[in-house]
Design a protein around this ligand. Structure first.
Ligand code: ATP
Length: 248
């Protein structure tokens, strides 16, 4: 965060910090042209949610963490925005889960792939993390998707049973669910196709979710029986929260 000068007491400090991370990532060639638009949509929903983790999102986070800890082959899928905003936290989470991460981007170009790999390798080195990074040499395709965005690895996404997909697009989310995987979506928009398609959808901001997962990691026991979880109800709750926020 070289030249980030905002004062932490600024009321919009967190929002400015995330924007700055994206600006830096853009300069390093990590992002697609639509990255800022996707972020802006997220910001708008976050504003409506009060820029906080609402109780149903907290529940969804714990449920998702339980699923990841109980998984046989968990994996974290990373796109450009996820690496830019929460690369450090997501790699730390992968280290805790002892699982790989896989770069899986919508607009795949060699330049973007190498910029993302470089960023992740830097984080690994700086934090002394031992996490396998997949995606550089895809050897499989996600069934039902066309074009380069279907590319993935057999040993990573294909063979995983529980997959965390922050900021995923609806199509790919649907294709992963159709493969029988438990798909954990992080998306501030409770109306997005990904949010509706996901097995567990966390309607919360990515960096808050990653932080919460790291904080709660040790308190979630692997043997804990999963409670009945209703994803549609979690989405309805987020919408109710937005609708009633201003009448409180
Ligand atoms: P879908 O295909 O699922 O309907 P979309 O086309 O609306 O998705 P994309 O542009 O593929 O959306 O992805 C952006 C999504 O990610 C948006 O729904 C946005 O709300 C969400 N988003 C953006 N930034 C964040 C963030 N930091 N944390 C959580 N969600 C975010």
């Amino acid at each position: 965060m070289s030249d980030f000068a905002a004062d932490p007491s600024h009321p919009r400090y967190q929002s400015l910090l995330l924007r700055h991370r994206l600006e830096e990532a853009e300069k390093q060639g990590m992002l697609a042209g639509s990255a800022m638009i996707a972020h802006g949509r997220g910001e708008a929903y976050d504003y409506l949610l009060g820029e906080q983790t609402i109780p149903s999102a907290h529940e969804a986070t714990l449920h998702a963490l339980r699923a990841l800890k109980n998984a046989e082959r968990p994996i974290i899928s990373l796109n450009g925005n996820a690496v830019a905003l929460a690369g450090e936290q997501l790699l730390a989470l992968a280290q805790q889960l002892k699982c790989p991460v896989e770069i899986n981007i919508f607009y795949r170009t060699p330049k973007r792939m190498s910029a993302l790999l470089e960023r992740l390798e830097t984080i690994k080195k700086e934090r002394s993390l031992d996490v396998e990074i997949l995606g550089a040499s895809p050897n499989a395709r996600i069934p039902g998707l066309k074009g380069p965005r279907a590319k993935c690895t057999k040993e990573g996404i294909i063979d995983s049973d529980v997959i965390l997909v922050p900021l995923e697009d609806g199509d790919r989310c649907e294709a992963l669910v159709a493969m029988g995987k438990t798909v954990i979506v992080i998306d501030l928009n409770p109306l997005s196709r990904s949010a509706k398609m996901g097995t567990i959808t966390i309607v919360d901001e990515l960096t808050r979710v990653a932080e919460n997962m790291l904080l709660q990691f040790d308190s979630i026991k692997m043997s804990e029986v999963s409670k009945t979880y209703d994803n549609e109800e979690a989405l309805r709750d987020a919408l109710r929260h937005i609708a009633t926020k201003f009448s409180d």
